[in-house]
Design a protein around this ligand. Structure first.
Ligand SMILES: [Zn+2]
Length: 442
């Protein structure tokens, strides 16, 4: 499936002319075989000036095949165990690139971590990069920015968009299922991201593009319809498990990969990563930071599920508080340094916290106290799935067991929600929540 990229470009009813930098996206069986031909269009030098970045696992999944397709190319094979998109991971990959003679092109063959590292280093070395995703595990493959754990604090840093993406179904649909489950969680996070964007637009007049919202919602619904076919990875041909179910599984995986890649494309369209990072990634990002610094990509996916449940729970709570009139607006009183000192033990992490506060806090407090938009906000929150519906979707694909999410009050970690508003300086609902509290809360 060659994605028609023309529909993401051009003038739009939002008032902007959208541009994207990725030139080609292919999601199909054996897509990787087209790598040499596609490379010819963007790289004229010898294969020795191509550096493939992968880890010990993704070398097996895709790297080996690339080695045959592009003989003579250089390989940086990072240790999969404990690899993260952080200062250490970056330094290791950079050392590998510098050891090659004349790096002119990077190929990221891996999942999320390998892509974050490659995107950042492609920007630093001022060279293009090509994406070969090995799992449907995250929504940042086509992203133009890098999310790096910098000194224990997750930061969005400059990166570059891949020139093209070759997503080979026979590779990413065979990834360990835990990685796919992480991708499904990330994709379900679009529910809160979309409603949050709509609310911010309504309350603060923030820019919104309805075309992007529609594309994202359509892709999300397409995945949800075929979600049962995602359970379990694609089996090797000829095995007992492979058979009649295979076509449905491949299609479902391709739909998921499309939805995940679309996230990066829409980031390019609106020239911002704000949408994808809304609410949910702040919660999971926070969990990834100081409080749990040993997390891996899989754990990040699990935290994403937990973050989604927290976000949905909070949204419904806000909605019923509005409807029942049981909240009161409170003035913003600056950053709670005491709270942060207790929970971010490392000073280097605390130093990364944005210190600008809620610039629009007066207007927002006013809105929460007297505003006419509150019923409309509750109306937008109605679009979210209920906690029970979300649990059903997540349980269907083993994102999290029903037992773990059976009691929302147990998973709602109050400290996480109190810290989250400080992570990024954005006017999001979760950040607005600093400006009001339920009347029965202390
Ligand atoms: Zn638009």
């Amino acid at each position: 499936m060659q994605i028609d990229l023309s529909r993401f470009r051009g003038t739009c009813t939002c008032g902007r002319t959208h541009e994207i930098f990725v030139k080609d996206i292919l999601i199909e069986e054996n897509a990787l075989r087209k790598l040499p031909d596609k490379i010819k269009n963007i790289h004229k030098g010898p294969n020795s000036s191509i550096v493939v970045i992968c880890d010990t696992n993704t070398y097996q999944a895709a790297g080996k095949q690339i080695e045959i397709l592009l003989p003579g190319s250089e390989f940086v094979i990072l240790p999969a165990n404990g690899l993260r998109a952080d200062n250490i991971g970056l330094a290791l990959a950079k050392k590998g690139i510098l050891a090659s003679d004349n790096p002119r092109l990077l190929i990221a063959a891996g999942s999320c971590t390998i892509h974050e590292i490659s995107r950042y280093l492609a920007k630093e070395f001022c060279i293009p990069f090509v994406s070969v995703p090995t799992a449907a595990s995250c929504n940042t493959y086509a992203s133009p920015v890098s999310v790096i754990n910098w000194n224990g604090f997750k930061k969005v840093l400059p990166g570059v968009s891949p020139v093209f993406v070759l997503a080979d179904t026979l590779i990413f649909a065979k990834a360990p299922y835990k990685l796919t489950a992480a991708g499904i969680s990330a994709m379900l996070g679009k529910y809160t991201a979309l409603t949050d964007w709509e609310i911010s637009h309504m309350v603060t007049g923030e820019y919104i593009c309805n075309r992007v919202c529609e594309m994202e919602m359509t892709a999300l619904k397409d995945v949800c319809i075929s979600i049962n076919n995602l359970k379990g990875a694609l089996q090797e041909a000829g095995t007992k498990e492979a058979g009649t179910k295979e076509t449905g599984t491949k299609e479902a995986y391709e739909k998921l990969m499309y939805a995940l890649l679309l996230s990066g494309v829409t980031m390019q369209m609106i020239d911002s990563s704000k949408f994808e990072g809304r609410m949910l990634s702040q919660i999971s990002g926070l969990e990834d930071m100081e409080m749990n610094s040993t997390s891996s990509e899989v754990n990040h996916g699990e935290k994403f599920s937990l973050g989604l449940m927290m976000a949905i729970h909070t949204c419904h709570k806000i909605k019923s508080s509005i409807r029942n009139g049981i909240y009161k607006a409170i003035p913003y009183d600056g950053i709670a340094y005491n709270l942060l000192e207790v929970n971010f033990r490392r000073k280097s992490s605390r130093d990364e916290i944005p210190d600008t506060g809620l610039e629009e806090s007066f207007e927002l407090t006013n809105e929460w106290e007297h505003g006419s938009k509150r019923p409309l906000i509750a109306g937008v929150l109605d679009k979210l799935p209920s906690e029970a519906e979300l649990i059903k979707l997540m349980t269907a694909v083993d994102c999290k067991s029903k037992e773990n999410y059976g009691k929302p009050q147990d998973i709602l970690a109050p400290i996480t929600l109190r810290l989250v508003p400080y992570i990024r300086n954005r006017a999001e609902l979760i950040r607005h929540s600093k400006l009001f509290k339920m009347k029965n809360e202390t």
